[in-house]
Design a protein around this ligand. Structure first.
Ligand code: FAD
Length: 333
């Protein structure tokens, strides 16, 4: 294995209108832990014309160096341009570790970057740690539908890791933290673009975002039809939370895909997760391992969900849910 003595960890940052995305703040948190334990410095790349405005925020969340790539061509995530720009920065800095969030953009960019750098990719991790003797990253990721955890290491540098959102908690921002902000101007132009977005259609969801909700109420195939999801929505709203669903309910066309929780859906980490008529298949549970308390309503006392749930009601949801909703209504009004 070739050695890389680089003292640098590099994060691909992502921004929205308010600043760093929550998954970027999460990467800064685990990046800070790795930096502290290896004596490395933590750098982050911020792309686009808003990058400069949010550079200090990145320092407050844990970065030592912020590389601002202020080219307006990088404002919307266009894969060919973002990849080329970040690749050029990686070549300049030669980091030992690159951390990328497993977001839509991140999972598009990470394998392409690994191919360009001719290295492996430790992808889809829910936890990473350092091997104490070699200081190499060990990435832990669910495989076989979440039934087995694999520990994965890279044999080349840089070690590129993608992490699932919600795997780590962001640090409290500290505005007194000191760091360095530098501009980097990659050579990119519009001729690099190989694909063009013809139209973007935003899926409407006026509820609390599933990933950020403190309470999630989700329904499964046992609800029987789309109309019954009104009860799920009612309970979620009453508790100030977000509604969700199993893949079976989404596949049946009862609710949109943005509601899906699990391996091929969203990862949630609420304080309270109420499941209604969901069996608790491993692929579903792969999306809610971060839930602090799970309450299950299911008519089958042998349903696997009861192995993960701290509280359970064995019964038909049509009998249990109305009384439950009425009680919560009384308690909250
Ligand atoms: P079922 O398994 O059919 O369970 C319905 C449950 O409702 C049963 O436990 C039943 O006892 C209960 N029930 C029925 N009627 C009532 C009633 N009246 N009152 C109370 N309880 C009742 N699944 C996901 O959810 N998310 C994913 O991201 C996902 N990704 C997948 C990826 C792959 C590669 C594969 C192969 C599968 C994936 N799945 C995923 C599918 C997963 O394996 C299950 O099939 C799915 O989660 C089942 O959904 P369910 O629990 O709603 O339905």
């Amino acid at each position: 294995m070739a050695m890389n003595n680089s003292k640098l960890i590099l994060i691909l940052g992502e921004l929205n209108d308010q600043g760093l995305t929550s998954s970027t703040a999460e990467l800064l948190s685990i990046g800070r832990t790795l930096a502290e334990s290896t004596g490395k410095s933590l750098s982050i790349a911020l792309l686009g014309s808003m990058a400069q405005a949010f550079a200090k925020q990145a320092i407050a969340y844990g970065a030592d160096f912020v590389y601002v790539l202020p080219n307006s061509l990088l404002d919307s995530f266009q894969i060919d341009l973002s990849l080329s720009a970040f690749h050029q920065l990686s070549e300049k800095l030669r980091p030992n570790i690159i951390l990328i969030a497993k977001t839509l953009g991140g999972r598009d960019l990470a394998p392409r970057l690994a191919a360009r750098l001719e290295v492996g990719l430790i992808q889809d991790c829910i936890r990473i740690e350092l091997d104490p003797s070699t200081e190499m990253v060990i990435g832990h990721r669910p495989v076989f539908g979440g039934n087995v955890m694999a520990a994965v290491m890279s044999t080349k540098f840089p070690q590129i890791i993608t992490l699932r959102p919600k795997a780590y908690t962001p640090l409290e921002p500290d505005d007194s933290r000191q760091g360095t902000i530098e501009e980097f101007h990659p050579s990119i132009d519009a001729s690099l673009i190989k694909t063009r977005i013809i139209e973007s259609i935003r899926e409407e969801n006026d509820e609390v975002s599933l990933e950020d909700a403190k309470v999630v109420v989700a329904g499964g195939r046992g609800l029987g039809d789309a109309a019954s999801f009104k009860e799920i929505q009612r309970l979620a709203k009453l508790l100030g939370g977000a509604p969700g669903a199993s893949r079976a309910a989404v596949d049946a066309g009862w609710v949109p895909h943005i509601w899906q929780i699990g391996l091929t859906g969203k990862t949630i980490s609420p304080n309270l997760y109420i499941t209604v008529a969901i069996s608790g298949a491993s692929q579903h549970m792969a999306g809610c391992y971060g839930a602090k308390v799970i309450v299950a309503i299911n008519k089958d006392s042998n349903a696997p969900i009861f192995k993960d749930a701290q509280y359970g009601v064995v019964g038909d949801w049509q009998n249990v849910l109305p009384a439950f909703i009425d009680t919560i209504h009384e308690l909250t009004n």
